[in-house]
Design a protein around this ligand. Structure first.
Ligand code: M6R
Length: 610
C-alpha cells in the first residue's frame, strides 16, 4: 500500500511524477505529494484526497526541476491530512516511504529528546529526521541513509532527495516492493512496474537490504552493509497500453473483458494437447518431486484465497493428494504443523502481499518446498520461492481482482493436471477431456460476455437497492460464491455473504425474506440436485432468486426470478464460467450506485502491511 515514484533526468520532473502516481493510485489514494529539486532547494507540494487535488495544487504552485520524488498514500499511521501526506521533510532532506516503521514510537521519543520537532503523526517523518541527524554529523547522503536505516525496524521502500546532492535520488528497500527503471539520460524508481512503462521497459528489481544511488546516467546498487551488487536490468514485456482503459468506463470492466485473452496468454505453451498433459518445465519441479509430495498447503489472501479453494478441490480430486487451504494471515504465528514432504503453493496477484510472503517464508524455514503462483514477474514471493509458475494476465489496475483470479484458476488447474499425470491418478482419456475443455474456455467466456453484461446491467436495476445479498454454491461453486460476495462488498459496499449452499439451513436462512436476493450457482454438476433443493428452501422464504445456470437448463431457470446462462462444460471447469456473471453483477451494481469502482474506499491493490 502506498505508491512511491522517483525521477532523475533532464526533463521536467513534475509531469513524470504525476503520471507515475496516476498509475500507482490503485495502491492508495487518500493523499499525495511530490518533492522537487528547484534551483533554490527542495520544494514540496501535498494535497489530501485523490491525485486530481495534487494536480490542482501543482497547477496553482508549479514546481520546476528535473529531479523529484512522489507518493500516493494509504494511511496507516495518522489520518489522511496534508501534514501526514508524504514527502516528509527534515532540514535539507525529503523522504517518501511505503511500509511501516515498527519502532517509530521509540525513535520518535529519542529524536524529540534530541531537539528534533516532529510535525506529523506518521512513522515516515521519523526516517527523514534520522537521515537529517546523520547528515548533520557530517556524513554524505548515502552514508547517512545507511546509518539511519540501521536504526529502523520494519518494512520500507524509501526514496530520498537531499539539497546537498541535488542530482541524485537514493532509494532503499526492505520487504516493500521497489523497481528501478533505466533509459537514456534518465533513471526512475517506483513501487510497481506500470508507473514506469511509458518511459522504459528496462527494469531492475531491488532485493531486501539493498540501497541504490540514482542519477541521470544510471544507478549504483549495493547492500545496506556496503557490499557492491551487480545486477543487470531485464526487459519487461508489458506495454504501456496494457495499463490504459482502452475506451472502457473502468479498469475493472476492461479487465473482466480481457479475461479470455488473459487465459489464452496464461495457457499458451503450457497445454500439451497431444499427450493430454501440462508442460511445466519452467516451474523447475521434477517428476520425482511430484511423486514425493505428501501434502499440499495453499496459502493466500482475499480473492487469491478463493482461487486456492478451487485449487484444493482440484488437487484432491485429480491428484488424490491431501490438500488444505490457509488464509496466510492466520497461518502466521500459529504453530502450524508443516515440514518436509509438504508443498506450499503461495498464490498472489501482486507477489508482494506481506501476509502471504511472510507465511510462505515461515513454511520454507520449516522445511516445506514453496511454489509461487504470481502475476508480477520478479516480485517478492516468486523471488523467495523454490519454484514459480507465473500467470500472464498483464497488469491488473482495478483494485477488485478479476482477470488475475481467472488466471490463478488456470494455473492451479494446470498444476493439478501435471501432478495427477505424474502420480498416475488421472488417465489419459480423462486428462484429454479436461485439457480440451480448458482450451475452449476462453472462447466460451468471450462469446457470452457482451450479452451477459447487457443482461446483468438491466437486472441490477431491480436488485441494486438490496442491503444484503447471499451467494450460494456447492463443490467448486462454493469458492466462486465466496468470490462473488467479496467482489460485491468491496466495490458496491453492499453487505454480501458467500455460503456453502448446504450450510444455509444452519444459520443464514434466518436472514432471508423478500428483500434479500440470493444468487445461486447451479451449473449442471454432481451437486446440481442438492443445490436446487437449497434454492427451493430460499424461495420458500420469499427470497428473490438469481440463478447462474447451464444454458438450456429450463427446469432450474423456472425456479429463478432472474437467471444468467453459462456454457455447458466438464464439471471441473465450471468455476471459469460461473465466476464471470458474479464479477459483472458486482460491477453493474457498483456502477449503478455510482461508487468508485476502480478505487473503492479504504482499500489498496497491494497490501504490504500486516
Ligand atoms: O496480490 P494478492 O493476490 O496477494 O492480493 C490478495 C488480496 O489483497 C486481494 O485479492 C484482494 O482481496 C482484492 N482486492 C480482491 O479483489
Amino acid at each position: 500500500m502506498c505508491g512511491i515514484v522517483g525521477y532523475v533526468g533532464n526533463e521536467e520532473a513534475a509531469p513524470i511524477l504525476l503520471d507515475g502516481l496516476r498509475r500507482l493510485e490503485y495502491r492508495g489514494y487518500d493523499s499525495a505529494g511530490v518533492a522537487i529539486q528547484e534551483a533554490s532547494g527542495i520544494e514540496v507540494v501535498r494535497a489530501v484526497g485523490k491525485l486530481r487535488n495534487l494536480e490542482k495544487a501543482l497547477f496553482d504552485r508549479p514546481l520546476q526541476g528535473s529531479v523529484g520524488i512522489g507518493h500516493t498514500r494509504w494511511a496507516t499511521h495518522g489520518r489522511p491530512s496534508e501534514v501526514n501526506a508524504h514527502p516528509h521533510v527534515a532540514g535539507p532532506i525529503a523522504v517518501v516511504h511505503n511500509g511501516i516503521i515498527e519502532n517509530h514510537l521509540r525513535l520518535r521519543a529519542e529524536l524529540e529528546k534530541g531537539g528534533f520537532t516532529i510535525t506529523s503523526d506518521t512513522d515516515t517523518e521519523i526516517v527523514s529526521h534520522l537521515i537529517h541527524r546523520e547528515t548533520r554529523a557530517g556524513h554524505d547522503m548515502l552514508t547517512s541513509i545507511r546509518r539511519a536505516l540501521a536504526q529502523v525496524e520494519g518494512a520500507y521502500a524509501i526514496a530520498v532527495v537531499s539539497e546537498a546532492e541535488p542530482r541524485r535520488i537514493v532509494v532503499a528497500k526492505s520487504s516493500s516492493p521497489l523497481v528501478l527503471g533505466v533509459s537514456r539520460n534518465a533513471t526512475y524508481c517506483a513501487s510497481d512496474i506500470p508507473a514506469l512503462l511509458p518511459y522504459t521497459n528496462e527494469m531492475v528489481f531491488m532485493e531486501d537490504g539493498e540501497i541504490a544511488v540514482l542519477d541521470p546516467d544510471g544507478f549504483s546498487l549495493s547492500t545496506l552493509a556496503g557490499e557492491p551488487v551487480n545486477r543487470r536490468s531485464r526487459k519487461i514485456s508489458w506495454s504501456p497500453v496494457m495499463a490504459e482503459k482502452a475506451g472502457y468506463k473502468h479498469f475493472m470492466l476492461k479487465e473482466i473483458f480481457e479475461q479470455p485473452r488473459a487465459l489464452e496468454d496464461t495457457m499458451r505453451g503450457r497445454l500439451d494437447r497431444e499427450r493430454a498433459d501440462v508442460e511445466t518445465a519452467e516451474i523447475g519441479l521434477s517428476d520425482e518431486d511430484a511423486k514425493a509430495i505428501r501434502r499440499v498447503i495453499l496459502l493466500a489472501c482475499g480473492t487469491s484465497h478463493h482461487a486456492t479453494i478451487a485449487g484444493r478441490y482440484w488437487i484432491e480430486e485429480l491428484a488424490k493428494l491431501p490438500a488444505i487451504t490457509e488464509l496466510a494471515s492466520e497461518f502466521r504465528g500459529r504453530d502450524a504443523v508443516i515440514g518436509e514432504g509438504d508443498l506450499v503453493i503461495a498464490v498472489s496477484q501482486s507477489g508482494e502481499t506481506i501476509d502471504t510472503l511472510m507465511a510462505a517464508k515461515e513454511a520454507k524455514a520449516r522445511g516445506a518446498k514453496v511454489l509461487a503462483i504470481a502475476n508480477v514477474n520478479g516480485s517478492a514471493i516468486p523471488r523467495m520461492a523454490d519454484a514459480s509458475f507465473y500467470t500472464h494476465a498483464g497488469p491488473e489496475i482495478g483494485v477488485a481482482s478479476t482477470k488475475c483470479f481467472m488466471t490463478q484458476l488456470a494455473n492451479l488447474l494446470m498444476f493439478s493436471i501435471w501432478l495427477s499425470r505424474r502420480r498416475g491418478t488421472l488417465s489419459e482419456g480423462e486428462a484429454r477431456e479436461i485439457v480440451e475443455g480448458l482450451v475452449r474456455i476462453p472462447h466460451q467466456i468471450e462469446e457470452r460476455l457482451e450479452a451477459m453484461h447487457e443482461k446483468i446491467s438491466d437486472m441490477v436495476r431491480e436488485f441494486s437497492n438490496a442491503r444484503d445479498v447471499l451467494f450460494l454454491g456447492r463443490g467448486l461453486s462454493f469458492p466462486m460464491a465466496l468470490e462473488g460476495a467479496l467482489k460485491l462488498k468491496e466495490i458496491s459496499y453492499v453487505h454480501a455473504e458467500g455460503y456453502a449452499a448446504g450450510e444455509m439451513k444452519h444459520g443464514p436462512i434466518a436472514l432471508l425474506d423478500a428483500e434479500v436476493p440470493v444468487i445461486v450457482l447451479a451449473p449442471q454438476d454432481r451437486h446440481h440436485e442438492r443445490v436446487c433443493s437449497n434454492l427451493q428452501e430460499a424461495r420458500a422464504r420469499e427470497a428473490k432468486i438469481i440463478g447462474v445456470t447451464t444454458a438450456g437448463d429450463a427446469q432450474t431457470q423456472s425456479l429463478c426470478d432472474a437467471f444468467v446462462e453459462v456454457a455447458p462444460v466438464h464439471e471441473v471447469l465450471s468455476p471459469f464460467l460461473t465466476v464471470v456473471p458474479l464479477q459483472l453483477y458486482a460491477y453493474c451494481v457498483a456502477d449503478h450506485k455510482g461508487t468508485d469502482v476502480d478505487q473503492p474506499r479504504n482499500l489498496a491493490k497491494t497490501v504490504t502491511v500486516e
